[in-house]
Design a protein around this ligand. Structure first.
Ligand SMILES: *[C@@H]1O[C@H](CO)[C@@H](O)[C@H](O)[C@H]1NC(C)=O
Ligand SMILES: *[C@@H]1O[C@H](CO)[C@@H](O)[C@H](O)[C@H]1NC(C)=O
Ligand SMILES: *[C@@H]1O[C@H](CO)[C@@H](O)[C@H](O)[C@H]1NC(C)=O
Ligand SMILES: *[C@@H]1O[C@H](CO)[C@@H](O)[C@H](O)[C@H]1NC(C)=O
Ligand SMILES: *[C@@H]1O[C@H](CO)[C@@H](O)[C@H](O)[C@H]1NC(C)=O
Ligand SMILES: *[C@@H]1O[C@H](CO)[C@@H](O)[C@H](O)[C@H]1NC(C)=O
Ligand SMILES: *[C@@H]1O[C@H](CO)[C@@H](O)[C@H](O)[C@H]1NC(C)=O
Ligand SMILES: *[C@@H]1O[C@H](CO)[C@@H](O)[C@H](O)[C@H]1NC(C)=O
Length: 462
């Protein structure tokens, strides 16, 4: 089992580290004129247009599209528009990448309210998020859809293709697959109303996730339920694997510029010996995920996993080994010859009596040890040439005054963000600048996208 270091020791260490790095801080802020091409993979690393390593360090942003479209609560942070605030702060703190839900998350504003029909307010919001990120030199991982939600999700395709009797048919039904391909087409060929770029030509997009936390519909409460439910048979994982490869292959044909990954938590399936490293007591192996098989096709450019210590009830389980979750995924990614990112991880904290002192104390004792562990893994992998090349926490705090309004947001003033996340990003950027160009890198140039939406080399919207 993983052991967490006492937070006071690690925070003291982080403060020392920060002091040592203070002199390089200004050189490692992101600049808005960096996008001359696309991020790709070479020698198991993410590489930029100059063949330098691109560390994928950042966070998950929730409701950014809604915020830009003016329907979220979080529209202003101080004097700044919340989207502008998010990317300006990310750039200042060396956070190279933000993972966004490139679709609605709420019935307030679906991007695709019915099959093939798009809400222009939502798309305009997304246009603005992309353009603002570009102005600050931050790149985006964009999810195409989500498993869990009621809009822009798996459930919609099930309804549109009339598959309510067997939702897992989503993974092989021709109508459902065509609808999903149509959606990928609409995304790739969207012309940004702010800067005129087609999304498929926009170097601001680092990669697409096909579906956040894709899984078979049998996601079970117990193994007994699973055993009695036909949809929960092991082959559903193979049907998901086929779907992943077919969708990713198709996406590359319409958008050859961007990388594609799955978007799942990364469980191993029934016939993989590594299923013993899943969390829980057996539920994970029958979700339909199959980390190894689903990240193995050439159409999947890199591997990605999630880590949810609270939801996986680590402390209630006698079997889940946090160290092994990461070690085995790194080994598996190494075997696949692909870099690995931890694209979601979060840690709930108790709010205590609601005072900011109580909250900071909870953050230090409950969240900081988890963050220290994660950024420590990243740092050792980056420096030793291991497969883990990026991490992204859940989730960026964008409340009206950027105060902490719930148990899981990370605000820019939080002690762990200041003393763990920012120094880790600074040190990763410094290291990437000191490396020689990555071997085997074929530069992927694209339109030059400078700060403030100056686009050259592409046809502007007309
Ligand atoms: C915005 O926040 C206020 C106060 O917390 C709440 O009453 C309201 O329902 C929220 N509105 C939306 C759209 O989330
Ligand atoms: C959806 O939006 C409504 C109002 O706009 C808000 O009250 C609610 O909390 C949102 N739900 C989610 C899941 O974000
Ligand atoms: C974009 O241009 C405006 C006006 O020229 C300027 O105020 C702003 O700081 C610029 N933003 C960036 C990110 O450079
Ligand atoms: C689902 O996967 C299994 C195992 O690969 C395969 O035998 C079956 O034909 C697939 N089902 C469909 C409907 O494609
Ligand atoms: C999952 O992937 C492994 C390794 O690639 C493979 O052996 C297995 O058949 C796949 N399917 C299931 C259901 O485990
Ligand atoms: C597990 O419990 C111990 C002791 O209560 C606590 O210190 C630790 O932070 C917990 N770990 C997680 C991942 O919640
Ligand atoms: C975090 O804790 C709150 C309060 O206990 C709970 O409502 C919420 O579901 C938790 N979230 C997660 C992701 O565990
Ligand atoms: C809330 O808890 C904090 C930290 O334990 C303490 O400093 C503060 O006095 C408490 N405030 C109230 C109003 O109880």
């Amino acid at each position: 089992m993983m052991r967490f270091s006492p937070p006071t020791v690690l925070l003291a260490a982080a403060v020392l580290l920060m002091a040592g790095l203070a002199t390089v801080q200004s050189q490692t802020q992101l600049t808005p004129d960096t996008f001359k091409g696309f991020i790709s993979v070479a020698s198991g690393r993410f590489v930029d247009e100059d063949c330098a390593e691109y560390p994928v360090i950042g966070f998950n942003g929730w409701e950014l599209m809604e915020s830009a479209a003016g329907v979220a609560n979080f529209s202003m942070v101080g004097d700044l528009d919340a989207v502008e605030y998010t990317f300006s702060q990310a750039a200042k703190d060396g956070q190279t990448t933000v993972r966004i839900f490139a679709h609605g998350i709420n019935s307030t504003l679906p991007l695709q309210p019915s099959a093939g029909v798009y809400d222009e307010r939502a798309f305009a919001g997304l246009d603005s998020v992309l353009d603002t990120a570009a102005q600050y030199g931050v790149r985006l991982i964009m999810t195409m859809s989500d498993y869990w939600l009621s809009v822009d999700s798996f459930n919609n395709y099930v309804d549109w293709a009339d598959l309510q009797d067997n939702p897992d048919a989503f993974f092989w039904d021709q109508r459902a697959m065509t609808l999903f391909k149509n959606h990928m087409n609409a995304m790739a060929n969207r012309r940004n109303t702010v800067n005129g770029l087609l999304y498929k030509d926009d170097p601001t997009i680092l990669a697409w996730d096909l579906m956040n936390e894709v899984r078979c519909d049998c996601f079970p409460a117990t193994l007994e339920i699973a055993a009695a439910t036909p949809a929960c048979q092991p082959q559903c994982a193979d049907n998901v694997t086929n779907w992943v490869n077919e969708m990713a292959t198709y996406l590359h044909t319409i958008d050859p510029n961007h990388m594609v990954t799955v978007g799942e938590e990364g469980y191993w399936a029934v016939y993989d010996y590594r299923k013993q490293y899943n969390p829980g007591n057996g539920w994970a192996q029958i979700t339909g995920q199959n980390f190894s098989a689903q990240h193995s096709p050439a159409s999947i450019d890199f591997a990605a996993i999630h880590f949810w210590p609270d939801l996986w009830e680590i402390n209630q389980s006698t079997t889940f080994d946090v160290d092994a979750w990461f070690t085995q995924h790194q080994q598996n990614a190494q075997q696949l010859g692909k870099p690995l990112i931890l694209e979601e991880f979060g840690k709930n904290v108790t709010l205590g009596n609601g005072s900011s002192n109580a909250l900071e104390a909870s953050i230090q004792s409950q969240r900081a040890p988890v963050f220290q562990m994660i950024y420590g893994l990243l740092s050792s992998s980056l420096s030793s040439g291991g497969p883990l090349r990026g991490v992204m926490f859940w989730q960026w705090g964008m409340s009206p005054d950027n105060s902490d309004s719930n148990n899981i947001e990370v605000a820019a003033h939080d002690v762990d963000y200041v003393s763990i996340v920012v120094p880790a990003a600074t040190s990763a950027l410094t290291m990437s600048k000191q490396q020689s160009p990555i071997a085997g890198c074929a530069q992927k140039s694209g339109p030059v996208l400078a700060g403030n939406s100056t686009v050259s080399g592409v046809q502007a919207a007309g």
